[in-house]
Design a protein around this ligand. Structure first.
Ligand code: FAD
Ligand code: FES
Length: 341
């Protein structure tokens, strides 16, 4: 069995186990690749060569790893058809094989248990994202716009296994565009999603008081103090599911509660900018996962460079970070979010 190589990329083949439409233009593809299933950390991505594109060597496309099942050697990608590459992907059938690079990039930094908490001074304490005893910051917020939910699903499983409570705020233009809610920890029927194989049971964990169902009012709250649990808040712009409005409207209310140690966000650039502003206002450290266009995916071509905020301020010269190698996850202080999207 090949050892995990950290951030060093491994090129390999993945076999399609399932590729199924789950919404308008939205697909869920389950792939078999033992290395990626074992070695991917939440927030990392795979760079997939689109088959049938031999005349277009640049046709690799990045996708977040949404879920892994190491015991089955399977991993899941949730994707939206937006152009040529994703259209070709959607035509793949079980048994087809893909050339995949990964896992790539720097994923989410997990919250750490400790006495620091978010810190009254907004510094986030020493670690920036600690869950503090006595600090009032007892859970974290996950904020997803559209298919930005993909990397956050894997993060939600890691948090759940670590016993960290969280609120997952999920938004889309309308209810039919919401995807992936059934992939949250212990969601009904989740065992069947990885290719119809019997998935290994969720590790014995603390009881979830509120599960990943979508409550009619789009907001669900935990009701007792027994162990970590999570809640899901659904927001749609047209009000067809959950609360009507923007995902950031719901996030604002969550942050007003004062018990959020840090926030993790993935979605459209405008949403990320607003989440960053809110983090500053409420003194909550924020990590964002960026989805810039990529070429090599390996840190070599600078095709995905974004302006670095802290490094530019420090050196007085414009500095850049590579989304593929330095990210795709960044603390908001690290990057100039005005320059993305
Ligand atoms: C780290 C990372 C993780 C990603 N994870 C996912 C995921 O889990 N699910 C998912 O559906 N997509 C994800 N994306 C975006 C995905 O890579 C693009 O949608 C895909 O490459 C489009 O390929 P295409 O050939 O179909 O589109 P193209 O024909 O190349 O482009 C079609 C249209 O989509 C736009 N577009 C292409 N790439 C991007 C992009 N990266 N961001 C914004 N707009 C783009 C183009 O500007 C154009 O308007 C991720 C991107 C990155 C960088
Ligand atoms: S895509 Fe080449 S450096 Fe990031």
């Amino acid at each position: 069995m090949m050892e995990c190589l950290g951030s060093a990329p491994a090129a390999s083949t993945a076999t399609v186990l399932e590729n199924r439409q789950v919404g308008p233009g939205c697909y869920r593809m389950c792939l078999e690749n033992d290395y990626i299933a074992r070695c991917t950390l939440p927030g990392q991505f795979v760079h997939v060569r689109i088959p049938g594109s031999s005349l277009d060597p640049l046709l690799r496309r990045p996708f977040s790893v949404c879920l892994v099942e190491p015991s089955n050697g399977a991993f899941l990608v949730l994707y939206q058809v937006v152009g040529r590459g994703t259209k070709m992907l959607s035509a793949l059938r079980p048994g087809d094989r893909l050339d995949v690079l990964g896992p790539l990039g720097r994923g989410f930094e997990m919250p750490r248990a400790g006495a620091g908490g978010g810190g009254d001074d907004g510094s986030g304490g020493d670690s920036g994202n600690s869950i503090g005893r006595g600090s009032g910051a007892v859970r974290v917020a996950l904020v997803a716009g559209g298919l930005g939910i993909a990397p956050l699903i894997m993060l939600s499983h890691a948090l759940f296994r670590s016993g960290v409570g969280f609120v997952f705020v999920v938004g889309a233009r309308s209810g039919e565009l919401l995807a992936g809610l059934d992939l949250l920890p212990r969601a009904p029927g989740r065992d069947a999603v990885l290719s119809g194989r019997s998935a290994s049971p969720e590790p014995a964990g603390p009881e979830i008081v509120q599960g990943a169902h979508v409550p009619p009012n789009g907001c669900d709250t935990a009701t007792d103090d027994a162990g970590p649990r999570y809640e899901v808040q659904v927001v749609t712009e047209d009000g067809s599911m959950g609360r009507r409005g923007l995902v950031t409207d719901a996030l604002r209310d969550v942050l007003r509660g004062g018990d959020i140690a840090c926030a993790y966000a993935c979605g459209p650039a405008g949403m990320l900018r607003e989440v960053a502003r809110m983090g500053e206002t409420f003194r909550v450290p924020v990590q964002v996962s960026l989805e810039e266009r990529m070429a090599c995916g390996l840190g070599a071509c600078l095709g995905c460079a974004v302006k670095a905020r802290e490094a530019t301020a420090r050196s007085g010269r414009t500095a850049y970070l590579r989304v593929c190698a330095d990210g795709p996850v960044f603390w908001v202080e690290e990057v100039d979010l005005d320059g993305i999207g």
